[in-house]
Ligand binder design. Sequence first.
Ligand code: ARG
Length: 577
Amino acid sequence: MNLKKYLDNEFERALTALGQADATAVVKQASKPEFGHYQANGIMGAAKKAKKNPRELAEQVAEYIREGKLKDLLELEIAGPGFINIRLNTAFLCRELENMTSDNRLGVTRFASEKILIDYSSPNLAKEMHIGHLRSTAIGDAAVRVLEFLGHEVIRANHVGDWGAQFGSLLAYMDKLESEGAQLATELKDLEIFYQSASSLFKSDEAFAARAREFVVKLQSGDKKCLGLWSRFIEESIRHCQAIYDLLDISLTPGDVKAESAYNDMLDPTLAELEEKGLITLSEGAKCVFLDEFIGKEGEPIPAIVQKSDGGYPYMATDIAAAKFRGQELGVDQALYFVDGRQSLHLNQLYAIARKAGFISAEQNFRHIPFGTILNKEGRPFKTRDGGAVKLADVADEAVTRALSLIGDKNPDLTEDEKQNIARIVGIGAIKYAELSKNRKTDYIFDWDTMLSFEGNTAPYLQYAYTRIRSIFRRADTTPEGINHPFALIEAAEISLALKLLQYPETLESVIEDYQANILCNYLFEVSQLFMSFYESCPVLKADEATRGARLRLCDLSARTLQHGLGLLGIKTVEQM
Ligand code: ARG
């Protein structure tokens, strides 16, 4: 059950009964322990509208609630100019813990069923995935998992870039190698080297560059040979991406790829429609859309180029076709684009054009979910020593290697296999969590030592808290299913932990308000901290039979919540480390 919503409804009902019908979102989580567990702070607003004395109205609301169905479940106290502090009784908390425990969804109801498309990861296939792709990939994947869990129908859209000028040199290079008798399959093993060799030839060799340009035109006009080479490259590149998704526990599959090239057949008719609707202006030979809302610093209009002067279709054209497909064919309620903040002009132009052209309706929510850049410790964009892009595959490998040495130090008794497995889960968890636990809108500093620390708001800390709980059960030589003592909340540390656990449903709902995965991270961090203080102040295994049973159940619910929440972030847990 969503506790906040439940209380909120009751307070809204009270206000309605007292003649204040339009009050909403009255109740919030209390910001300080002395304010109780929740606080009704929307009463002042209601009183102002009704020209009533807020404290008097608060008294009336409290009186109303005290007589209603919650009367034995909570205590109310009027505070300040018209707040009501709400303290939930332990009987209420115990009843809810019982419900949460017996529910494999941990009390989270499926409350929604929109069709939501998430455009995420979407790398350009000409190059290997680099560290910059981690943000869209990790944050997008967490959003997908949370939305699906809450009941939405989610379409994963991996809008990979597989079309455009950079493929000219790749194809020309493939052609050259093949004519020299080289094995393409071997050459394509390291895509990054392949790409670098192709582009340096493009720069140094005039004849090669001319061939490369020729190949672009040939490719776009459907030349068989070019298409054959191209698809071999794309297949290899997608295989490479999929290996990274699998290693990183990203839920994307090859079936989620709908590449830019998949929209080729739509480009001509889409452009024709834009022309028909009078949206196209010719500017220096290129077909452009000018919209009033996009003007530069000097007041100059900013064009969106939909067809270049040489007839080629740019990024924008494919994106308009994709938006049309998503709006009209898929009929999505929402399309969320998890893309770097630097593309916000492009995406906002895209949505505006698609809307103007009638490709997406007023009810369909198309939205850019932006994020900042990953920086190094010096606060500059993350690069390799020679200024190149840091490969995502290398980052993942390094994370696992670093985790392996930490795990080895921490628990030398593990077998080699166990160490490898744990290191993978801890290392990958660490880099993803570092990403997810930051405010997505700002730049963040990529720092190995912080993210792999067993202290602080990190994946290893949360994974470690989980293993601590599992080890309690191992020592007790029992399983959670074997215990049926009722919950009992006596110590303050038990109550705080219980309340936090019960706030899982409302936490997930606030995660998707603005796609802030860090809300879930902070929540799980708080659960772990509250668990640790509970475990320090409340003996479990040494307590009397009934208390031990009740506390073991609280331990178990904490472990389940941690595991489930981490799962929604795409992070696994281990039984020991
Ligand atoms: N391939 C693009 C890039 O790497 C990102 C694509 C994002 N999605 C979209 N529909 N534009 O920058």
